[in-house]
Every structure is written in structure tokens, then in C-alpha cells.
Design a protein around this ligand. Sequence first.
Ligand SMILES: [Zn+2]
Ligand SMILES: [Zn+2]
Length: 185
Amino acid sequence: MNATELYTKAGKPTGVYYCTKCNTISSPHNPTREAAEQCCQPKLCACGKPAEKYSTTCHDCRAKKTAEREAQRLQKAERVETIPDDCQLFADDNYCADMDDYLEQTDPEDRREYLYLAAFRAVQLPNAIDLLDSPTDGHHEDIMDTVPDLTDLNAAIATANALFIKSKWGSYFQDYTRKIRIQSR
Ligand SMILES: [Zn+2]
Ligand SMILES: [Zn+2]
């Protein structure tokens, strides 16, 4: 019983309750006895166990939800039979160049049935107008009304982008829409 009502100096009840455990009116817009009573009570998950800090669910329920979401995502992913040229494998925050690489890195008991692919993406510049977004920031608001002809700049950007692709200058990003089955040796 942590809720205590506040009284005026003259001894009149105010209808405002505070929590005697932390000495605050936890809900100033709703300073009722119920709200003050709830203030320092552990929050409960729908299953009845104490919720985690800053959360409305307990650890087990959250883990279950996460596992369900992951199972759905894996189920929905398209199954490929071979790793496409521009892809690697994505395995638990780790990237593996190919199946052999994964099998070497992972103990048999830790191996998954399926892995997601990781697709290569080169660094790419946006078009000239978007590229100018940041350099024109802070200029007068009509600055883009007087933008010079950007044809040459766009051509240069296209050349740079083609070079980045050709040089394979980029990274692999996990692709949760495609999966491949692990073939154990
Ligand atoms: Zn409290
Ligand atoms: Zn729970």
C-alpha cells in the first residue's frame, strides 16, 4: 500500500495521491489512488510474469515473439539451389563466401538448416539534384530555381557509379528474402 492522499494545511483531503515509496505523483494528470498504487509495482507481462525494464513483456515472451517472427521470415524467403554470383551467405551476423566456408567455420551441431543470402551492393552516388541536397542546405530557399545545367555532372556521376560497380567497391548486405539449404558434407 504505497498510495497516500495529500491534505491541505487545514486538513482537507485534496483527492491527490502520491507514491510513498518513491515520493512522487507518478501520474500528475491522473493522481488517483490506483495510479499511485501502481507506481512502484513491478509491471506484469500478459502471461503474469514480471515484465522486463522499459518493456511490457517478460524475457520469455519476448524471446518467443522474436523466434516466431524469424520462423515466419525464413518460411517466406524464396529458396535458391545455388549461391548466385553476386551473393555470399549470411550466418548469424557473419558473412561466408560460400558453403565450404560456412561448413569450415561452424561446428556441425551449430549448423543451421537454412541460411539467408547476402547480396553485393556497390557504393552508388545519387543523381545530381539529390547530391546537391546537402551542399545547398542553408542557402536561400529558392537556390534550386537557379541551378545551372547539370547534364555534365549527371554524366560524371554515371561514370563514377559504373566504375564503382566494375571495381566491386561495396559490401554485402543480408537478403532476408532468399535462403539456401545447408548441404552437410
Ligand atoms: Zn513510486
Ligand atoms: Zn510473459
